[in-house]
Design a protein around this ligand. Structure first.
Ligand code: ADP
Ligand code: G6P
Length: 732
């Protein structure tokens, strides 16, 4: 059996309606379903989702019919009861996540029971996925209704590749942080190996929320989650270009006409220089439909010469009608259309033709090909595929696209007329410009956009996503072989037990102790002392190798027969109580560097300066994420510039920048212990300064990085909490 991709989304591409036992199937509307449909048709895939009817409102025979119809389309329906839909779909998905992620904070309606239902329904999806999963399958989860699903799958099947794509915006941290269940949501999403967003802005908002809320280590496009690396990237979704383009060509060659086309043609014949403006969306408050109508009103008031010369064909598909805001919007739009038509209509003309329904594909194409202007002005939109569909259907490359800059698609359409959907005047000017735009200009603008959509079509988009998912899964496997665990630890312990002479180099902060906002309080616990004593009993030479000052280390370990290395190797104390300096070091530079760091301390709340005998350390653990990286970079640049021609270097550590003599480092200090040969050498540390140890120790040494960043060490362990477990394995 071939490996398949399991596509999972709340809604299946087929939408079922049941009238007196009769099952009717319609294609689902919305960008997710229309965009993914062609991927599904042409690939080895199974689509799991809801078929559009409540499972407790149909009888068994009907349910069976729906199942059969779904199987034909390679789909598996998820049965959702009326109450589940009420709470999970209309409730949490569409009254919390949808408004919030589109920056409509005031519409968010938090309800604990809706959240509970959201979790339960996500679990239900997970169960059905697992029932349909075979070895080697990949899972591709879609959109905001299923944010918890990736982690639920990962918990049960860590071996399976899971991708997640979000079709709506990811809001800025300032918005996202208001959700009461923000941690759970982020953790749920991070179960995926790859997270995809339409634009770089959504991607960076997500990464920023993860680093601020969960405080996980994040890089440009990856996040460290325990032993896993989760990749995050942007993939602007596209459409099936050929389908729309070819349908438009066929439509123009066809002789028979639909009633809609006949009406359009009649209007055009009646007023030969008239123009059609098209607006198509689901009836959703994010789409800016009311603002669009008001802009038209403003335009007709300001430019009466266009009376009888333009008509807005406005299509709105009914959507989420049980949510109060959608009901209010419906009323508002009805009234606005009535008012505008009442105000401007003449005996032979009404400015707005309003259709509140879904159209079959052929009629959609008719509208795309007949309209001179597409007027798409969402207040917020994850992508907006209608814009791409309009351009793809313009076979002669004429037509003008007026597009909101708040739609994800605007990033790819610089040659459209970009507008701010809250600015009536600008929208009205754009309408005028569009209606008067010479054909040559229309063509030259559309050519560029069309070329891009043709090249980067929905197939290419899905292919890119899948390639990135494969790469992320590959990384996951490589990572697993480097993580110390049952599969590789046994051999290491065996070698340890067989060795006569053994030495352990152990870093202090982030390895033997966790981090503390006040470094003076980061102290080893009884467990660590016990382990060190046991290692010593087993004839291990223990070297604590740290960036800390010598007096601090002496206080913590002076009573044990261990060797100590302080200030990254400046001071070494072998078993006897005397400290030796490894080299004579200069301290004059400190006078000039201190005020610079102090200035950064003043400007950066939460940071402080630590003075050691031979180094200065700027600590920034408590500084707000974002500001901390910015200031650390800035300080690093300033200091590196100043110290360019000296022996003094700037070393970035774990939320610290340490300025110190560059000749000494933990690597050369460790090496000074190896004049006598050892059978078993072990080195463990967590930050950049420990990389010197990993690089300096001989090839046969067991080197272990605490944490998940890039390292020269051979092995990883997830975090500091795992250190004791690992060391205990040597003393059993
Ligand atoms: P969203 O996903 O928010 O609904 P998009 O613009 O990305 O917005 O996608 C809308 C999809 O629904 C498009 O593929 C479009 O063709 C389809 N659609 C929108 N309105 C209608 C309609 N009245 N009849 C049929 N299809 C529609
Ligand atoms: C948007 C969402 C989809 C959703 C679609 C239609 O495109 O991103 O997840 O399916 O709207 O909304 P509905 O609630 O009817 O599924």
């Amino acid at each position: 059996m071939k490996n398949k991709t399991i596509i999972v989304s709340n809604r299946l591409p087929l939408n079922v309606s049941v009238e007196q036992g009769d099952v009717k199937v319609f294609p689902s509307v919305g960008g997710l379903a229309t965009g993914m449909k062609s991927i599904h048709q042409n690939s080895e895939s199974l689509w799991i989702g809801w078929a559009g009817v409540a499972s407790d409102e149909i009888d068994e025979i009907t349910a069976e019919k729906i199942k059969k119809l779904s199987i034909k389309e390679k789909c598996v329906p998820v049965p959702l009861t009326h109450q589940e839909l009420e709470e999970y779909y209309f409730g949490f998905s569409n009254r919390v996540l949808w408004p919030l992620f589109h920056y409509f904070m005031e519409y968010a309606d938090y309800d604990e029971t809706h959240w509970e239902a959201y979790k339960k329904v996500n679990e239900k999806f997970a169960e059905i996925i697992l029932e349909n999963l075979n070895e080697g399958d990949k899972i591709w989860v879609h959109d905001y209704q299923l944010l918890l699903l990736p982690q639920m799958i990962k918990d049960k099947r860590p071996d399976i590749s899971v991708g997640f794509f979000q079709h709506i915006p990811f809001p800025s941290y300032e918005i996202f942080r208001t959700v009461p269940w923000r941690e759970e949501i982020l953790k749920g999403m991070l179960g995926a190996d790859l997270l995809g967003f339409h634009t770089y802005d959504y991607e960076r908002h997500f990464i920023s929320s993860v680093s601020r809320i969960l405080r996980y280590e994040t890089n440009i496009n990856s996040i460290h989650v325990g032993s896993r690396t989760v990749k995050v990237d942007s993939f602007p979704m596209s459409i099936d270009y050929e389908k729309f383009h070819n349908a438009a060509i066929e439509h123009q060659l066809k002789n028979e006409k639909t009633s809609l086309q006949i009406r359009i043609d009649q209007y055009k014949e009646l007023v030969p220089d008239s123009k059609l403006i098209l607006s198509i969306d689901r009836l959703d408050y994010t789409k800016g439909i009311a603002q669009r109508l008001k802009a038209l009103e403003y335009f007709l008031d300001k430019y009466p010469q266009f009376t009888e010369k333009v008509r807005l064909i406005m299509l709105a598909v009914p959507s989420r009608e049980e949510v109060p805001q959608y009901q209010h919007l419906k009323k508002e739009i009805d009234e606005l259309v009535g008012r505008i038509n009442g105000k401007f209509s003449t005996p032979t003309w009404t400015p707005v033709w309003y259709f509140y329904r879904s159209l079959p594909f052929e009629e959609l194409i008719e509208l795309y090909t007949s309209s001179d202007v597409a007027f798409l002005t969402p207040i917020r939109d994850g992508m907006n595929l209608v814009a791409k569909e309009y351009i793809a259907s313009r076979t002669d490359q004429t037509g003008v696209l007026i597009l909101s800059e708040m739609a994800g698609v605007a990033h790819e359409m610089n040659d459209a007329l970009l507008i701010n959907p809250n600015d009536d005047k600008q929208m009205s000017e754009a309408l005028k410009q569009a209606l008067e735009m010479p054909l040559e200009e229309q063509i030259s603008r559309n050519k560029i956009i069309q070329k891009r959509i043709k090249r980067y079509n929905v197939d290419k988009w899905a292919e890119d996503f899948m390639e990135a998912l494969d790469a992320a899964s590959q990384l996951k496997e490589e990572n697993l072989t480097r993580f110390l665990g049952a599969n590789n630890l046994e051999k290491i312990i065996e070698k340890f037990n067989q060795s006569e002479t053994k030495i352990f180099f152990l870093d202090y902060d982030g390895t033997l102790t966790g981090f503390h906002a006040n470094p003076e309080k980061a102290l080893p616990d009884e467990g660590i002392y016990h382990i060190l004593n046991e290692l010593i009993q087993k004839n291990v030479k223990v070297v604590i190798i740290s960036g800390r000052g010598r007096f601090f280390l002496e206080e913590q370990f002076g009573h044990l027969p261990v060797d100590l290395v302080a200030e990254h190797g400046v001071w070494i104390r072998r078993k006897n109580p005397e400290w030796r300096m490894s080299q004579n070091l200069d301290t004059h530079w400190m006078e000039s560097i201190r005020p610079i760091i102090e200035n950064f301390v003043d400007r950066t709340p939460g940071s402080f300066l630590e003075e050691k005998e031979f180094s200065l350390v700027w600590h920034y653990r408590k500084v707000a994420p974002g500001l901390s990286e910015k200031r650390a970079n800035e300080l690093n640049n300033v200091l590196t510039g100043l110290l360019a021609n000296s022996n003094i270097g700037v070393m970035p550590g774990n939320k610290v920048l340490e300025v110190k003599n560059a000749i000494v480092n933990k690597g050369s200090a460790a090496n000074s212990f190896l004049s006598k040969p050892y059978d078993f050498i072990f080195g463990m540390g967590d930050d950049w300064t420990d990389e010197y140890i990993f690089r300096e120790l001989p090839e046969s040494a067991i080197t272990v990085k605490v944490g998940t960043e890039e390292t020269a060490a051979k092995y990883y362990i997830e975090n500091q909490e795992k250190v004791k477990d690992l060391l205990r394995k040597f003393i059993l």
